[in-house]
Each structure stands twice: as structure tokens, then as C-alpha cells.
Design a protein around this ligand. Structure first.
Ligand code: FAD
Ligand code: NAI
Length: 475
């Protein structure tokens, strides 16, 4: 007889592993199946996020930022650096170590919470008597059965038709995080989150970076006042961003890659680079899952169809994270994982989609929560806006990092905060206060009345709240 579990989680990324741990905490007998392999063929839990996403990109963003600071900004502090050099193999090795620490961390958490781990690919093979049979193929080979199945199989990088990734010259996020030589010229297609983060890493390390973006607007989903400020900063740093392009033929040769494109004016041009990163979004991954074996419904884009509670078309089969609708963010996947485990336990798990923060870890960082000014205008909502520049913040001046601002949007009648948008130093950390405020449905006056430590960047948030009522104290 096959091993039987209360809950089987397929996929060990941030959605899946967190769902497995929460389900185990709630007293269920839980299995998690994940197929990711490390360089030695062993398990590498943590999914895209840990292996080729959030964690390695932030490790390289940090290393490259140190290099950029030492090369260009330490002198402003009276620190002279002589003989600065780059050991790329060491930098990539450090990044790999950070990844491994996180992989091992998840394995440890599984042991601690008594989650049974299977290393291999999980696929539906059928089911009866209220149980689903899942075949594991890989290092572990067996069929296991479970009452509930949580699918958390994540996403893969989208390819341009006719231009598959070879991870040597044509790179996805995977190859973009593994280059051991800094390319002289680097091209990126897509100025989304990956384009900006990876473009920043390699520009700081010395590459001449050109980004080709299809849309005429820079960061269309971001509040445009913030996007314009960021665009100004990136351009000043030397990132070349061409908007409104139409990419044509892409040819690789021994010399590198040639990308034919027409620019916004309709001129036919070509971009010749050593390496090309294609970062044009990601697609839901159900490769090898065999959803057809049990009739699990997918939508026209290949994502698993779910309702607001992550219930699929099948009873007791749930799906979370990048493989379903909604933003492709690790913390969104985690929140859904916790909520589903709690719903299986009969509790009322809840994910508030209005308060999911976004962070882009460039320099300056960009972070936001809630609605943009453009969205409020389109919805005909009456609002008041307050902005405060980091230029007027004492801590930012002391840090030598005064780019950007905090912008707060509040309901014109009730003063409830509807959105906060930040471009500037440590925006990734500052946004947390704003998420808490919005979760508790705070008004801008609430933030304005809270005592914020001095000197701190968070005072800019308080001042932006004061600005909503046109009464900033330091500007
Ligand atoms: P994944 O992390 O993709 O995990 C899915 C797992 O399932 C994988 O391990 C896969 O091998 C496994 N799997 C798939 N099919 C099967 C199967 N049939 N059987 C067994 N195992 C299977 N998000 C952020 O919030 N912050 C960031 O800073 C951030 N940075 C990013 C940087 C990059 C370069 C990229 C590419 C993404 C980044 N993301 C970031 C997005 C984030 O990585 C994803 O939103 C997140 O990983 C989604 O989690 P998930 O659990 O749904 O899927
Ligand atoms: P993205 O959706 O952020 O950006 C893709 C960009 O490519 C868009 O600007 C789009 O207009 C452009 N594009 C699409 N097709 C094109 C074409 N044919 N020619 C030129 N431009 C084209 O996708 P990206 O950057 O690949 O990242 C995928 C996802 O991964 C993100 O949306 C995000 O969910 C997640 N991620 C999150 C990070 C974070 O939270 N800090 C970091 C990196 C990724």
C-alpha cells in the first residue's frame, strides 16, 4: 500500500514549503515533493526564489553595490580606495553559499516540523476513495496518496518566440545570475523588475548596459511620479533604457548577439552585445504535473484556475503562488500557503491583496503598497497626495543618499491611506510601516501623529503624511 498523507504539497518554493510547515504545525501528516537539484544532484529546496530568484539576485545586488560604492562614492566620505579590483569567481561563490545556506535552512525546517520530503517530480496519476495518487519520479521513486493536494509548482521565464535560452549568450534569470565574466556590452529585453535589478548588478560591475522595453511608458504599473524619479536616477547612473521598441530578429554568432529592433520613432536599428538577458515576464509552470490525469483546469495562459480561496476545479486540490493568478511574488506565495493550510484545518485563512507590498531592489530602491495616483484617477476616487523628498531628511543627508521621495495618497473624505509609493534609500524597509498602517486602515493623520525616531529615514514617511494635510515641518 502506498504511503498516505493528510496533505501533499507539490513544489518546495516559498509557497509550497511554507504551506507544508504551516499544515504540519496544524497537526497534519504532510509530504512535500520538490524536484530542484543542486550542482551535485542533491535537493535544493526553496524554489525559484532561493535558487535563481530573490536570494541570489539580492546577494549580487549587495556585492555589486559595495563595489560601486568603493569605486565611486567612498571618496565623498574622505575614504580613498587604491587598487580596487574585482574577483568575480569569489563574488559568484559567495552568492552560491548564500543560496546553499537557504536550501539547507528549508531542509532543517522540514525535519523540525516533521514534514516528509520527497526529492523528485510529482505528477497526478489519479485517485479514488477521497484520495489523490501522486507519482514521485527522480531520486525518490514511489506513488504516495493524500487527502489534500496543494500545487505550488511556480513559474518559468517567458521566452521570445524563436529565441530559446542557451544560458550562455541568451540568458534567463538563471544564466544572468551565473556569469563569471563581466560582459563588456550587455543587452536586456524588458525593463521590468528583473531587467532593472539585473541591469543594475552588471552595470555596477562595469558592463555597458542597454535595456530595450516594448512599452512606451517606463514602469507602467508604478506610480508615474515615482517611475519618473527612478528613470532619472537610472539614466544618470549610465543605464541606457529605450522605450517603445519593437524587437525583431535576434542572431547569435561567435562575437555575441545582434538584436534588430525599431525604436519609438520607427527607425530600424540593431543592438550588438556580448550577452543578452531576456526578462519579459514569467509563465505558470505545470510541466510534468499531469493535470489532465485528474482533470485539473488550467486557464488560457496555462495557470491553474483558482477562486479567491485558492480552491481549484477539483475538491481538496488547492493551488498557490506563481502557478495561479495574482502578482508573482515570494511573499504573496507564502501568504497563500499559510491561508490554504489554515482553510484545510477549518480556519479562516485570509490574504489581503490590497496590502501586498512590491519592492524593486535597485539603487534607489522602489517600493509601494496600495493604489497609484493613476489608478485613483481612473477610478474617479477623490484623494489628497503628500510627498516628502529625502533631500530634506537629515538621515538621508548623513548617509549621502538623498535621491527620491515618499508619496502618500489618502482618501479626500475619510483620510484613509490608499497607497504609499517610495523611491529612495531603504524603501524596502520603509514600506513595512505603510503596509501595517494600511492593514489597520490608518489615516494619514495617524502616521503624522506617531513619534518617529530622529534622525531616521522613516521621518520622511511621517512628513509625507503631514504633507497630505499641507503641513510638513521640515520642507
Ligand atoms: P517557485 O519558487 O517557482 O517554486 C516552485 C518549486 O516547485 C520549484 O522548486 C520547482 O522545481 C518545483 N516543481 C515544479 N514542478 C514540480 C513538480 N511537478 N514536482 C516537484 N517539484 C516541482 N519575489 C519577491 O517577492 N521578491 C524578490 O526579491 C524576488 N526576486 C526575484 C528575482 C528573480 C530573478 C526572479 C526570477 C524572481 C524573483 N521573485 C521575487 C519572484 C519569486 O521568486 C516568485 O514569486 C516565487 O519564487 C514564487 O514561489 P512559488 O512557491 O510559487 O514557486
Ligand atoms: P516583468 O513583468 O516585471 O517585466 C517584463 C517587461 O518586459 C515589461 O516591462 C514588459 O512590457 C516588457 N516586455 C514584454 N514583452 C516584451 C517584448 N517582446 N519586447 C520588449 N519588452 C517586452 O517581468 P520580469 O522582469 O521578467 O520579472 C518577472 C516577475 O518576477 C516580476 O513580474 C515579479 O513578479 C518577479 N520578480 C520580482 C522581483 C522583486 O520582487 N524584487 C525581482 C524580480 C522578479
Amino acid at each position: 500500500m502506498s504511503k498516505q498523507f493528510d496533505v501533499i504539497v507539490i513544489g518546495g518554493g516559498p509557497g509550497g514549503y511554507i504551506a507544508a510547515i504551516r499544515a504540519a504545525q496544524l497537526g497534519f501528516n504532510v509530504a512535500c515533493i520538490d524536484e530542484w537539484k543542486n550542482a551535485k544532484g542533491g535537493p535544493a529546496l526553496g524554489g525559484t526564489c532561493t535558487n535563481v530568484g530573490c536570494i541570489p539576485s539580492k546577494a549580487l545586488l549587495q556585492s555589486s553595490e559595495h563595489y560601486d560604492q568603493a569605486g565611486h562614492h567612498f571618496a565623498d566620505h574622505g575614504i580613498e580606495v587604491k587598487g580596487l579590483s574585482l574577483d568575480m569567481a569569489k563574488m559568484i561563490g559567495r552568492k552560491d553559499t548564500v543560496v546553499e545556506q537557504n536550501n539547507d535552512g528549508v531542509l532543517y525546517l522540514f525535519k523540525k516540523n516533521k514534514v516528509t520530503f520527497f526529492h523528485g517530480r510529482g505528477s497526478f496519476v489519479g485517485g479514488k476513495d477521497g484520495l489523490y495518487d501522486i507519482k514521485v519520479a527522480g531520486a525518490d521513486e514511489e506513488v504516495i496518496s493524500g487527502k489534500h493536494v496543494i500545487v505550488a509548482t511556480g513559474s518559468n521565464a517567458r521566452t521570445l518566440p524563436g529565441t530559446p535560452f542557451d544560458e550562455d549568450t541568451i540568458l534567463s534569470n538563471d544564466g544572468a545570475l551565473r556569469m563569471v565574466d563581466v560582459p563588456k556590452k550587455l543587452g536586456l529585453i524588458g525593463s521590468g523588475v528583473i531587467g532593472l535589478e539585473m541591469g543594475s548588478v552588471w552595470r555596477r560591475l562595469g558592463a555597458e548596459v542597454t535595456v530595450l522595453e516594448g512599452l512606451p511608458t517606463f514602469m507602467g504599473a508604478v506610480d508615474q511620479q515615482i517611475a519618473k524619479e527612478a528613470h532619472k536616477a537610472f539614466t544618470k547612473q549610465g543605464l541606457k533604457i529605450e522605450l517603445g521598441v519593437k524587437v525583431g530578429d535576434i542572431k547569435t554568432s561567435k562575437k555575441g548577439v545582434s538584436v534588430a529592433y525599431t525604436n519609438a520613432k520607427g527607425e530600424a536599428l540593431s543592438l550588438d552585445v556580448d550577452k543578452l538577458i531576456i526578462s519579459i515576464g514569467r509563465v505558470a509552470n505545470t510541466i510534468g504535473l499531469a493535470p489532465e490525469a485528474v482533470g485539473l483546469a488550467l486557464d488560457e495562459r496555462g495557470a491553474i484556475v483558482v477562486d479567491g480561496d485558492c480552491k481549484t476545479s477539483l475538491p481538496n486540490v488547492w493551488a498557490i503562488g506563481d502557478v495561479v493568478r495574482g502578482p508573482m511574488l515570494a511573499h504573496k506565495a507564502e501568504e497563500e500557503g499559510v491561508a490554504v493550510a489554515e482553510r484545510i484545518a477549518g480556519q479562516h485563512g485570509h490574504v489581503n491583496f490590497n496590502t501586498i507590498p512590491w519592492v524593486i531592489y535597485t539603487n534607489p530602491e522602489i517600493a509601494w503598497v496600495g493604489q497609484t495616483e493613476e489608478q485613483l484617477k481612473a477610478a474617479g476616487k477623490a484623494y489628497r497626495a503628500g510627498t516628502f523628498p529625502f533631500l530634506a531628511n537629515g538621515r538621508a543627508r548623513a548617509l549621502g543618499d538623498t535621491t527620491g521621495m515618499v508619496k502618500m495618497l489618502a482618501d479626500a473624505t475619510t483620510d484613509e491611506i490608499l497607497g504609499v509609493h517610495i523611491v529612495g534609500p531603504m524603501a524596502s524597509e520603509l514600506i513595512a510601516e505603510c503596509v501595517v498602517a494600511m492593514e489597520f486602515r490608518a489615516s494619514s493623520e495617524d502616521i503624522a501623529r506617531i513619534c518617529h525616531a530622529h534622525p531616521s529615514l522613516s521621518e520622511a514617511t511621517k512628513e509625507a503624511a503631514l504633507a497630505v494635510d499641507k503641513r510638513t515641518l521640515n520642507f
